[in-house]
Ligand binder design. Structure first.
Ligand code: FE2
Ligand code: FE2
Length: 264
């Protein structure tokens, strides 16, 4: 059970409002959202065969900073084979196209979380079916950013409090959207989208609950790592893949954790 007050509306990429601003999101509201989808669950397609996704993934993996992570040919082959099996609802694929056009950082981030979290899961999770599940969740974890205006996502200066609040609603927006598209409130990708900014100790957002599922944790860790090592509009240089932790210190005033350096 959960109750999440929403300051902003949640809408699809083509502008259909699923939840108005001011709603308290509960399981009952999610059921209503799903019921409002009168079509079948959205048609799904292979992610790797969609548009330029495969070419872009190969391009990212063979260049810094990802080249260092994917330097083992055998591991990379295994990861790519897992990734080939991922199918996603067409509206999720269309959101990738949207980010590729308007916010290339988020586009690359979503594809690289897909790759990094699949690699980590391959190392840490012995169950093959769960591996596939994890791979499926990676590329859609930030889907809710379609509800965040591009000028906020691309802003070079620090965000205002209001802008941060808009951004901070993206996990729950992604959850609602994925429940809607899959017509399934227990969809694993939807839960990953909702919880990928939660933390083991319960210090994350939006609900401040303790992360319990190791698969969600894998996406959450990959998410922070990628945000630190990849170029971002608001940070002139990214961190090195293996930047010693002490070189990140001392934190600038007001910075409590590595997560504060990045918006992801
Ligand atoms: Fe995120
Ligand atoms: Fe992210």
């Amino acid at each position: 059970m959960f109750e999440i007050p929403l300051q902003y509306s949640i809408h699809t990429l083509d502008g259909k409002e699923l939840v108005p601003a001011g709603t308290v999101l509960t399981e009952d509201v999610i059921r209503e959202i799903i019921a409002s989808n009168v079509s079948q669950a959205s048609k799904s397609m292979s992610l790797m065969q969609f548009g330029s996704v495969r070419d872009n993934i190969f391009q990212f993996l063979s260049n810094p900073p990802y080249k260092v992570i994917f330097d083992n040919h055998e591991d990379t082959e295994d990861v790519l084979n897992l990734m080939e099996q991922v199918i996603l609802p067409v509206p999720v694929l269309e959101s990738l196209d949207y980010f590729r056009e308007y916010d290339y950082h988020t586009y690359r981030h979503m594809l690289m979380i897909f790759a990094i979290s699949t690699l980590l899961a391959k190392i840490l999770i012995p169950d093959y079916q769960r591996l596939i599940l994890n791979a499926t969740a990676g590329p859609s974890h930030d889907l809710g950013k379609i509800c965040v205006p591009i000028d906020i996502l691309m802003k070079r200066d620090p965000l205002t409090r209001d802008e941060r609040n808009v951004l901070f609603q993206h996990p729950v927006a992604g959850y609602a959207l994925l429940c809607y598209y899959t017509k399934d409130m227990n969809n694993f990708s939807a839960k990953v989208a909702r919880d990928h900014h939660e933390r083991l100790a319960g210090s994350g957002y939006m609900r401040g609950v303790k992360l319990k599922d190791p698969m969600v944790e894998i996406v959450a860790v990959s998410d922070v790592y990628d945000a630190l090592i990849s170029p971002r509009p608001y940070r002139p240089t990214s961190f090195d893949n293996r930047q010693p932790w002490r070189r990140l210190l001392p934190w600038p005033r007001g910075v409590r954790s590595a997560g504060t350096f990045c918006r992801h």
